[in-house]
Design a protein around this ligand. Sequence first.
Ligand SMILES: Cc1cc2nc3c(=O)[nH]c(=O)nc-3n(C[C@H](O)[C@H](O)[C@H](O)COP(=O)(O)OP(=O)(O)OC[C@H]3O[C@@H](n4cnc5c(N)ncnc54)[C@H](O)[C@@H]3O)c2cc1C
Length: 386
Amino acid sequence: MSDAGLGEEEVAFRDSVRAFVDRRIVPNATRWDLEERYPRELFQEAAALGWLGIGFPEEVGGSGGGSVLYAILCAELARGSAAVALGLYVHTALAASAILHLGSAEQKARHLPEALAGKRIGCWAYAEPGAGADIACVRTRARRTGEHYVIDGAKLYITNSPFADFMVVVAQTDPARGLKGMSIFVVDRDTPGVRVSAPFRKLGMGASEMAEIVFEGVRVPAGNRLGTEHLGFIEALQVLTLGRVASAGFGVGLGRAALGEALRYASTRMQGDAPITRHQFVRFTLADMATRIEAAWRLALHAARLIEAGGDYDCAASMAKLFATETCSHVCERALHLCGAQGYMRESAAQRFYRDCKVLEIGEGTSEIQRETIFRHLSRQAGKWV
Ligand SMILES: Cc1cc2nc3c(=O)[nH]c(=O)nc-3n(C[C@H](O)[C@H](O)[C@H](O)COP(=O)(O)OP(=O)(O)OC[C@H]3O[C@@H](n4cnc5c(N)ncnc54)[C@H](O)[C@@H]3O)c2cc1C
């Protein structure tokens, strides 16, 4: 991987994550994938290294740092296992981050120290049977009754939910107001009326666990609401800035892993007395994969730096997410192709990468949603773009 645009401290951070990933994740990733179980002990291991606390202030148990370190972390973790990266991401950048940015001092003190120590794990419950790419379609309902809300509804495809201790839940509080009628709640897993299904089986991301959560008459104190009543979801969309940059980081990291595997195979796979890299097709395919990944990384880094600088990062983040995740799918497909039948076997890393990559184009706003965002910016800048 190139050092493109990284300062000394960022390189040192990357190297420390890389060493951990090579030692702790790479050798186990295929087994975790086949077992379809999240290695939960990694939450506390990552916490001990300060990684769960990136982007969080020290007074709530955080370790500082910002979007760039987070992008580096995501890329390095995903190089080892995209599924592991996904579980840590949902816990930190969605569930805990919503509490940091929208919560009161009391809510932060109640939840964040344990969350950032990896002792209580969170999930982010937005998607529903009828709400996915279109965020206005949430139907889970939270009705106010005095000092409580009563939540009814269902959340689908929720990562970490099979073992999460707390859930950050998006619900309608005023259906007539659409997006401006949605609030966010922290719900403890053991609250009466919360039911989590058996874990779902998926095409890829085997080691990450997801399920459906059903809420039936779930009574939570009004003090569990995060942010302004009715506006919580809109507020969350404005402050949860890491999603697209993290996804871009995942795409870069997973793409690098696939490139590394293809390069290893092609350099050692002998046909006659020469490796298959003697074929121009193989060399050029590898060169194109590396070039695209490098471009994706620079887009990701650019978006991360814009976020840190407080600039308008919206279009850059969508470009980074779109390009990195589609590049990742392309690169993983090419890697499997180059690895031939050996790559197609169930225990090979190449087939895992191929299965893991697709979801990156779906989560955190599908590619189509990113293109809509980019076009919105283009149309606002008509005539000024070049
Ligand atoms: C592995 C995995 C983990 C996940 N983890 C979580 C989680 O932790 N929390 C959570 O809340 N959700 C999670 N999800 C769900 C995720 O949020 C949704 O998959 C995502 O929002 C897309 O919604 P959908 O799958 O219902 O697709 P749909 O909304 O049904 O979209 C299907 C297709 O139609 C296209 N489409 C839809 N609307 C438009 C439009 N307006 N313009 C153009 N094209 C459009 C989409 O781009 C897509 O290609 C997870 C999903 C997966 C697969």
